[in-house]
Design a protein around this ligand. Structure first.
Ligand code: AMP
Ligand code: ZN
Length: 452
């Protein structure tokens, strides 16, 4: 057995194709004009989970994730470049914006224990790659130069357009916004720009055989995935909103270049809501990982919350769920340290659960049952084996904070009260100790304390 995943294009759970013990993966990366929110991080975690599930079987994974630092237009009708808009807002150079948020992205990934990709190519440094591809698409009749000197992909030249999303060209009506606003320069309403003529724009533009301009967003992912993964991608990851038009257009471009199906499996993660509301900048409902850390939670509590939900379902993250997950991780770390460990052995039951289309909620339930089963001799081994996939740092020993002199005095007073059978004093001292953050248990060998 090895990993199977739901493929959006075939609408079936399919085994991930492994060639000579290796899988090539591409995950659409961030547009670096702002910090990634926890919704974006859920999608980036999905790539990490796939990678770890494959690595659990000894499969080698090559993962590429792009950095979109040019060319991604915002959704609004004025069609401004997001990077340039933000540079204006922060009164700085667009590349300074890009590098600042790119650094923040890497920082968030490491705080969530997402293993780094093999390369993070930047769109702005891959312009030549894109231009070579665009020239080839023009030469082979898949693209044309429009009246505005922008280059467009000819959607009708690619008969299987729509295979991922089900949005067939004959059903796509004019007037629907597929991509940038156009002024009649393209031949067909569903065609999209591969190279945009600079027009009045003076920043973030490059020379090209078609005049100065900048690349479209979709061509970026075709150029980088095919170049870095040498012409074939076993598994392609992104959020569900990228299914159309981004991945549909990417597939058309890539297949037109390679002459075959360039991606074996299209994996899409469902969106994250926060406290019941869609997470988006425009809705003013963006939560950053930093905010969760600032509230005193372990960032890995968010990772556990994501694991408790299947990637294919929309999920609602709440502060209460983060708090509960934070407590669970701390409890597990403490228990695992207490159980002791001689060696970690393979747990094939656990592997079977995750191999089934990453059934992480079932994997977490499985561990909760192991936690409760006191007859199992190898509980630490099972947890730490699972943690190679879960990435929750479960073998981290939680620091035990020392108690202060006042608490020591209260504990001594309570011990004395119990010896003298002054039960109501003992009870009120317990309340005081609890208020100071301790938990008190009375056992055969006397009172025991721990931090709550
Ligand atoms: P962006 O930086 O906007 O290009 O998005 C980066 C990734 O995050 C893409 O794969 C998006 O599909 C994904 N994404 C955006 N919003 C959400 C959300 N609320 N939940 C999960 N993934 C999201
Ligand atoms: Zn992409």
């Amino acid at each position: 057995m090895s990993l199977s995943i739901y493929d959006t294009a075939s609408r079936k759970v399919q085994p991930v194709k492994i060639t000579d013990g290796k899988v090539t993966m591409y995950c659409c990366g961030p547009t670096v004009y702002r910090d990634a929110h926890v919704g974006n991080l859920r999608t980036f975690l999905l790539a990490d989970l796939v990678r770890r599930a494959l690595e659990m079987h000894g499969t080698q994974v090559e993962l590429i994730q792009n950095i979109t630092d040019v060319g991604h237009m915002s959704e609004d009708i004025d069609s401004q470049d997001k990077m340039l808009e933000q540079a204006k807002a922060e009164k700085t150079d667009p590349f300074a914006i890009a590098r600042k948020y790119e650094a923040g992205f890497h920082n968030d990934l490491s705080r969530l224990k997402i293993k780094p990709a093999d390369a993070y190519p930047r769109a702005s440094e891959s312009i030549a790659l894109m231009q070579v591809m665009i020239a080839q698409l023009i030469e082979t009749g898949f693209a044309y130069i429009g009246e505005d000197n922008s280059v467009y992909f000819d959607a009708q030249s690619f008969p299987s357009y729509g295979a991922i999303s089900g949005n067939r060209l004959d059903a796509l009506k004019p007037g629907h916004r597929y991509d940038y606003t156009e002024d009649g320069a393209k031949r067909f309403h569903a065609d999209w720009a591969l190279w945009k003529n600079a027009g009045m724009r003076s920043e973030m533009i490059w020379d090209s055989p078609w005049g100065p301009g900048f690349p479209g967003w979709h061509i970026e992912c075709s150029a980088m995935s095919l170049h870095f993964l040498k012409g074939h991608i076993n598994l392609h990851v992104g959020g569900i909103d990228l299914r159309f038009p981004h991945h549909e257009n990417e597939r058309a471009q890539s297949n037109a270049i390679t002459g075959n199906e360039s991606v074996d499996l299209w994996l899409h993660g469902e969106h994250l809501l926060f406290e019941g509301r869609k997470m988006s900048k425009s809705a003013g409902n963006v939560v950053l990982l930093q905010e969760i850390i600032d509230r005193g939670f372990d960032p890995l509590a968010v990772r556990l919350c994501f694991l408790e939900n299947r990637y294919r379902s929309q999920m609602d993250l709440t502060w209460a769920a983060i708090e509960a997950a934070d407590a669970t991780i701390k409890r597990w770390r403490k228990k695992i340290a207490g159980w002791g460990l001689s060696r970690i052995s393979t747990d094939s039951e656990f592997l079977t659960i995750i191999d089934n289309d990453l059934d992480t909620p079932k994997a977490i339930q499985y561990l909760r049952a192991i936690e409760k089963d006191e007859t199992l001799p190898d509980r630490a081994s099972r947890f730490l084996f699972a943690d190679q996939f879960l990435g929750l740092d479960l073998n981290r020993v939680e620091e035990v904070k020392a108690i202060n002199p006042e608490q020591i005095q209260l504990l001594e007073q309570r011990m004395q009260a119990r010896i003298e059978k002054r039960w109501s004093d003992s009870d009120s001292l317990r309340i005081k100790l609890e208020e100071s953050g301790l938990e008190i248990k009375d056992t055969n060998t006397g009172q025991q304390w721990s931090w709550r």
